[in-house]
Each structure stands twice: as structure tokens, then as C-alpha cells.
Design a protein. Structure first.
Length: 278
């Protein structure tokens, strides 16, 4: 199943995507489970009460989890050229993690905001990534247990301002509306194994990134187990698993984003995330 959050006639809602149409949960069900996170946490996503279908052209797609408790990103998780000028770090021996604020990420087909301040404005980069969405609390779990806590998968453009990333990872990764994720969440049962997922990032008509989840340095089960020993992971938490070779900063000269560019990220069995730079 594909789970989607959207706004229709001024009302935020969620439901299921099927046959290119959105099927919202009923008003009564929404009263009991007002958000997709509450439905995931309540383990009722297989028993959603659905209303009449809506055309996608009639709704505003929101980020799949509009109000996540945690947005955790994994850096340096593919062997690649380092996209920031200066000394490249060696390959990590443990996952490199950092957090993003929710308002740094927009939904499918919403505009990305080019940073207005130098040097961020001249070094705005894209990063196509596979996202895992947690389905139930994971606290101090083993690698063998880890994947049983995954609800589904989505896609992220983990937009970065490389000029500010030199100051700190947090600064470079948290510009307002600089990234995106969505368009929806594909359940584990309907998604390929993450190792088999193929990711492509296109900027305008040029293929920039192409890789599989199997090329990650740290597997998803390793990442979840590692994170779960830092703090409990909760239903609706999202984990971006890292970006492969081909981000703009790895080219000579760099191929950073400019106003008017369109970023399109495709992942097999998950869909396509599209955003234009404003």
C-alpha cells in the first residue's frame, strides 16, 4: 500500500493512494486517528476506513509525515568523492548521523527555496536518498531485530548548502525549505528490499546520480540498531540513508542548483519525487 498525506478543501487528511487517486480516511476514522503517525502507532493502517476517491489534481500533497518527531540523516554512507571543498574525511567505521528540522523539507511538487545568502546561494546542492519510516518503537534493538521496526519507505532530496556545510554540518543541512521528501510512503510489503532499490537523480534532463541501496556502506539494519542505542526511535520517525556519487559538489567544476532547475528523484517501487528550485 501507498500512504499519502494531503490537504483537501482546507482540511489536512491522509489515506491511501491507489490507481492514481487518493482515498481519504473517513471523518469518523480521522476523529479517532487524526494523523498518519497516530494510525501507524496504533497499528491500524491495514484497517483504514476509506471514503470516496479524490483526483490528485484536486488535492495538495503534503509531506507524508507532516509533523515527524525525528528526522535523522546518515552522511558518508556511499563510497564517493566528497562534495565539499577541502580535506575529504576517510570512510567512516560507524554511521555518521545528524538531524534536520521539519521546515527544511517541503512536499512533492512544492518549490525548493534557493538560499539567499552567500556562499550558500552559490553552493546549493541536491542529494537523492532512500528514506525509511519507523513503524514501532525501537529501543536498543539488535541488527537482527531492526528491520521489523520499519513501516515503509519514501524518497528524500536532502538539499545542502555546501558553503555553509564548511561551517558545520547542521548549518549546511538546515536551510529553510532547502530539501524535500515524499511523495508518499510505500509499505514494506509493497516495496522492494532496500538493497535492491535503484535510485536515480535527474537535474533537468541530465542524470546525475545512479545507485542501489545495496551500495550503502552501512546497511539499514545496522543504522537502525546504532540509532536505537542513542535514543528510542518512535513511529513516524524518518531516517534518510545517505546519498550516492553524483551530487553537484563532486563535479569539476561543481554543478550546483540554480533558480529554475528541476530535481527529479526516482526510486524503484517507491515512485518519483519532483521539485523545482525557486
Amino acid at each position: 500500500m501507498r500512504f499519502i498525506s494531503f490537504r483537501f478543501e482546507g482540511q489536512d487528511c491522509y489515506g491511501v493512494l491507489d490507481g492514481g487517486k487518493a482515498f481519504p480516511v473517513t471523518k469518523d476514522f480521522l476523529g479517532q486517528y487524526p494523523t498518519l503517525v497516530s494510525a501507524i502507532a496504533g497499528r491500524v493502517t491495514e484497517q483504514l476506513e476509506l471514503g470516496n476517491s479524490l483526483e490528485l489534481s484536486d488535492v495538495q500533497i503534503l509531506t507524508p509525515i507532516p509533523d515527524p518527531e525525528k528526522i535523522i540523516c546518515v552522511g558518508l554512507n556511499y563510497a564517493k568523492k566528497y562534495p565539499v571543498e577541502g580535506q575529504a574525511p576517510s570512510l567512516p567505521t560507524e554511521p555518521v548521523v545528524f538531524a534536520r528540522f521539519k521546515d527544511t523539507l517541503v512536499a512533492h511538487k512544492e518549490s525548493l527555496q534557493l538560499p539567499k545568502i552567500s556562499p550558500a546561494s552559490e553552493s546549493y546542492d541536491y542529494e537523492g536518498e532512500i528514506v525509511a519510516v519507523i513503524g514501532e518503537t525501537a529501543w536498543q534493538v539488535s541488527e537482527a531485530q531492526a528491520l521489523s521496526h520499519v513501516f515503509g519507505y519514501s524518497i528524500m532530496n536532502e538539499g545542502s548548502a555546501r558553503g555553509y556545510q564548511k561551517h558545520s554540518v547542521h548549518a549546511g543541512k538546515n536551510f529553510y525549505r532547502s530539501g524535500s521528501w515524499g511523495p508518499w510512503i510505500t509499505s514494506v510489503n509493497d516495496a522492494k528490499q532496500i538493497e535492491e532499490m535503484e535510485l536515480e537523480t535527474w537535474v533537468n534532463d541530465e542524470l546525475r546520480q545512479k545507485a542501489t541501496g545495496g551500495q550503502m556502506i552501512f546497511s539499514l539494519d545496522k543504522i537502525i540498531s546504532y540509532l536505537s542505542h542513542l535514543h528510542p526511535l518512535s513511529a513516524g520517525d524518518i531516517i534518510a540513508t545517505g546519498s550516492p556519487e553524483g551530487s553537484g559538489g563532486t563535479f569539476k567544476p561543481p554543478k550546483f542548483l540554480r533558480s529554475g532547475d528541476t530535481v527529479c528523484i526516482k526510486v524503484t517501487s517507491l515512485g518519483t519525487l519532483i521539485n523545482k528550485v525557486n
